[in-house]
Structure formats: C-alpha cells, structure tokens
Design a protein around this ligand. Sequence first.
Ligand code: DON
Length: 568
Amino acid sequence: MSFLRKYLPVLVAFFLFCTVVGAQIVPFPYEIQKTVVADSAVVVTAHPLATSVGLAILHKGGNAVDAAVAVQFALAVVYPQAGNIGGGGFMIYRGKDGQTAALDYREKAPAAATETMFQDSAGNVIAVKSRLGIFASGVPGTVDGMWEAHRKYGRLSWGELVTPAIELAEKGFQITEQEAKNLHAERYTFVRQSSVMPAFVKLEEWQAGDWLIQKELAQTLARIAGYGRDGFYTGGTAMLIVNEMTKRGGLISYEDLSTYKSVWRTPLEFDYKDLHIIAMPPPSSGGIILRQLLGMIEGYPLKTYGFHSVQAIHLMAEAERRSYADRAGHMGDPDFWKVPLKQLTDTAYIRSRMADFDPAKVSASAGIQAGKVKESEETTHFSIVDAEGNAVSVTTTLNDSYGSRVVVTGAGFILNNEMDDFSAKPGAPNLYGAVGGKANAVAPGKRPLSSMTPCIITRKGVAWMVVGTPGGTTIPTSVFQIIANVAEFDMPLPDAVKAGRFHHQWKPDKIFVEEGAVSEEIMNQLGAMGHIVEPRGPIGRVEAILRLGDGRWQGVADSRGDDAAGGY
Ligand code: DON
C-alpha cells in the first residue's frame, strides 16, 4: 500500500508524459531510432509517432499499404509542415508477387486557374501569390489517393487506418524541439494567412515537449474515417474549404473537390546494371531524371573515381545539368502535355546527351541566369516493407514548409502551395529555382510538375531497396546519390544516407554542396574546372530500407531531422 502511495504520483506523471498510439505508448522525449535491422517488416518515416502507427498497423495484421495509409494520416497530425490531408503525393507499390503500381494523387489546378494568374498586368511574376495564401493551393489529392490505395490493396478496414491519426489529433502529442522551432518561426505567417488563430499558433514560444492538440483536425479526420473520400471531397469538409475560398476570393470550388480523382499510372521501370528500378512517371520528373542520371554515368568507372572525388562529382553534376535542362523543356502533366517519355528514357538518347561531356572541364553553359534555390524544404517520404514482402514507397507534400499557411477554418488542416510548382512564366524560377515553360504552364485541372521520386528497387527479382526523400528539385539527385553510394561505392546504408550530398540543376549554373560535405581542396579543384560551387544547408531527408545479404531488412532514417526507423 505504502509502496503504491509512494510511486502512484510517479506512475501518473509518467502516463501524463506519454502519448498513446494504438496499443503502444511512446514516451516523450521520443526515442528516435535511426537504424533498425529486422527479420520481417520495417517502417521508416519522418516522425517517431508516425513510425509507431505504421508498425502498430502491421502488428495488427495490416499489409504495407494499410500501414502507408495510416502513416499518411498520422503524419498529417504529427508532422504538419509536410504530412498532410491538404496536399498530395505519389505512391510506388510492389507486391510480393512482383506486381507494381504507381499512384498519382498530385494536386490539380482549380478549374478557374489561368496561365497568367501568377503574373501582374505588366507580365511580371508575383512570386508570393503562388507561395502564400489562398491562391497558392491546388485541389488536394491525398485523401482520394489513400482511398484508392486502400480500395485496391488494403486489408484492414478504412476506419482502423484513420483512427490512430484521430487519436493523435484529439488527445494531442508532444512536439519535438525542431517542430517547436518551426512552428514558432511561422507564427505570424499563420496568423496572416488564416482567418482564425489556428492550433499551430500560441502566444508564448513553443517549447519541446509542449502538447499540440488539434480538435478541428480530429473532427475532419473523423468525417474521413466515417465517409471515406466523401468525408473530404463532399459534405462538411468540402463546404469548409469552399467557405474559406469564398471568404478570401480563392478559386477552389465544390465541383473541383467533388470531381478530384487520383490516377493509377504505369510506373517508369528501367535497369541500371543488375538493379531494376520502379519509379514515378510524369507528372513527376523524378523517374525520368533518375533514369537519365543513371544512364548517363553507366559507361564511366564511377567506383574507381571514388566517393566524392573530383572526377565523380564532376561526372555526376554534368549529368545532372543535362537532365534538368530536359526537365525544364519537356516535362509537365502528361494529361495536358505530350511528354516525350520514350525518347527521354531511351538509352541511345541518354548516351548522346553525354557526347560533349569533357572530363576535365564544365560544359559550355551560355545564357544561364541564376535562380535562387531555397534551403528550407519540406516534403516528406516514408518507406515500408511488410512481413509478406510487399513494399511501399511514398513521397507526400504540401510543397513548402506548412504549404500556403492557410489553415481551413473549422477543419484544422493546412492547404498546400503546390501551384508554385507550375512555371508562372517561361524562365521564371520557382521556390526551388526550377525553370520551365509551356510544358508546365498553369492550366485548369492540370497537375504541376513534381520532382518527387519514391522508388522501389529490385535485384535478382526480389525487393532490394525502398527509398525516397523530400527536397524539391534536389530529390532526384539525392536518390541518385543514395543508389550510387550503395551500388557503386559499396557503402553500408547508414553511411550512404549520412553522407554529404550535392546538387546541380542546370539553372542556376552551380553545384550546391551541403556545408562540410566535401573538402576545401575538392571544391577548389572543381572551381578550377569551371564549376561554381556553393555550400548550403542540409539537402533532403532520406528514409530508406535495404535488404541485407542475410535476407533481413535494414531501415535507416535520416539524421538530418526527427526521422525514425522501426521494425520487427
Ligand atoms: O513536387 C515537388 O517536387 C515539390 N513540391 C516537392 C517539395 C519538396 O520536396 C519540399 N521539401 N522538402
């Protein structure tokens, strides 16, 4: 008795400091496991609570798609800067039977959008209009995407998959230091862009360990749990979105919402040496760029050059320069623009692009004007394999951190600013410095060109790697480097993910390198070849799973954030 009296307050305090996720209790500060080796199943996401949700669903008998749906909804609660129901994404699936699929739940421009909507009357780009506020958002695709994925592959009931997210939103959870900093930095932007003070804003400074409770979001998620896709695209939630639009002069209509459809597309599949890569076709540029980059380096002895050697960086950056020029000229939503997919992915074409490659100096790059590449990039990727051998790779986004910062009044979720991924005007750089033209111009119902590159890679017919990352235009080059690090430079996966990254995207004509990633000496040597090398902040947050030689799975979460791996 006296024992109980003594320890009861401690036990109560412990439970108060705990967050309940399904059957699991994840104490705060969260134990963030960066690497896991597991016999059966692995989940790697941007947040330890979302990883726990994914694992709980797998333990319950759900498959990788069930876990992915639950993780997507959980991230919408615990990782509001990128996890979302107000955004979109892409899913790559590979079943244990080898069947592959690519799901496009990218946002669409509203029917009332016009090609010049982000220009003033003199034809100048109004960059802020596509980045912040009511005009920045495309029609969200996430809920329909999850609904479609579940309809096709799900095993557990839909409600079971949304419930963990409802609980996290309703009961709240404790935020990490990074989240506290991010929310604090955005407080005034949230206030300016939202009609009422959202749950993300508080008067005192957010601290690590503070509880974020999102009652309105819990109600929205409950409507989604109860009515499926209709709980978002028709009825109460849709009305709340339309009310927000009407109040602020925005373009998304009830019809835009009710007619939104995600699309099953044929995955872009190709080989690189003994690897078979399953990637996203347009409207992502990611799969084509990855295909081109691997194709362009295939004939060169990258391994002998050595990791981060001058020759390796030069070769890879020159390949990137060429591929991103193709991105700007040829890629857009295939439902609106004839993307020359066959040619862009043709081996002979890809080789011909490297015909003028000079191993000693940069290629001529006349007339290149620099756009500004932004460093704070927030999308999120998660990778899952289940005990049966099904694999799912998902990249999902609001675009920028916290998207448009518009929180839908009464619905508690943030709308994306994906409209900025369109080319506002030929040659005008977007948030990521990417340029484009007609292929990616705004049009009603069109999807903006993406760089998201969720991938599943097989070797000798079995799943070998599940990989992806956020990072805007740096996404394909990061995925490229992870593959090169493991397949060419023989790095163990944790080292491959940790290794510094670099990025070239044709315009601006620079190699961006993560601060400290390459030595002063290498940077000078690259400079002597004619490269402009610019240090920058972290590139990407890779979540990857690799099959080890003994058949077990290794999951690795990027140490650049709160990302967490789990498995059993
Ligand atoms: O679809 C795209 O390419 C971008 N909207 C992705 C944005 C992104 O990765 C931001 N984050 N890290």
